[in-house]
Design a binder for this molecule. Sequence first.
Ligand SMILES: Cc1ncc(COP(=O)(O)O)c(C=O)c1O
Length: 336
Amino acid sequence: MTALTFQPPILTRVSDLIGGTPLLALPVAPDSGRVLLKLEQFNPTATAKIRMARQMIDEAEAQGRLKPGGCIVESTSGNTGLGLALIAAERGYRFTAVVDAHASMDKLRGMQAYGAELVRVGEPDGGLATADRDAAAARIATERGAYWTQQHNNPGNANGYNALADELRHSLGSSIDYLFGAIGTGGSLCGTGRALRAHLPAVKIVGVEPEGSVIFGGEGSPYYQSGTGTPAGAEIGALIDYDLIDTGLKVSDSTAFETARYLARRHALLVGGSAGGVIYEALRHARSVPPDTTTVVLVCDGGEKYLDTVFNDAWMNARGLTNPKIIEELNLFMRP
Ligand SMILES: Cc1ncc(COP(=O)(O)O)c(C=O)c1O
């Protein structure tokens, strides 16, 4: 009998499963730089955001802002809410998620499955209502004495990604030249980026937001990418550290979604819409750098939450989001 060399520890809480997510190298075209995906959908709740949800609650407990059996409220597009719902279920808190019609049904159902209460704001058929959501969360916090995590301004959000940076350094040592990520609150990109830079000062940090989002300037307009960016009229969060970010890029819904669909069909990799956009930009960038350059992409979530939208042909066609040119480009960026 062969001796077992590695035995995973037996864990006692679901949140102990957070972190340790895999890195996957994309098959890039010859002479391109290396592109590595940090697949955060391998966390509980299938997104990076559980990291910051746990951290915000840990810090609130340590600061005495949250008492046993207390209430938590947050305005969320869904992934933060899933994380808070899981932590609340594990620790015996009540959690209220303020959501709008932009959130994916699967995220909403997921939060309810963990016992969260949903409060819906905005038009039932409308889109993103970030400002309304924030106003409702503030009101609920006052009326019920709930702890409002305020992810856009909570340092715990960014702190939640220190471990992610440690994981990257553990796997890659100093071989990290670029960090690409989607940017909404800025917690994941700026939190990871700042912690990486403390050890690797030369790492370049690239944020990618949807076209129509206003983080890197420009006119605001509606967009379909979920969870990412800041729409016109909503406050740009305090965690977005412009001094830390070397480059800010904008990616269209069409490009982001066609990339996600391409990766699923051609490379068996199911990622969410925001990740599709970031991966497209990372692949395009990889063509212009030497082959010994490493670009790490933070993949916020998997595609399972977007089967009714990004991966639904009728949904894509009805919104004019299909674009065969993106597929031609991706054929050049990647090996078959
Ligand atoms: C799918 C998705 N992509 C990107 C982001 C942006 O991440 P962050 O808020 O850390 O900037 C989020 C945040 O909720 C998200 O849910």
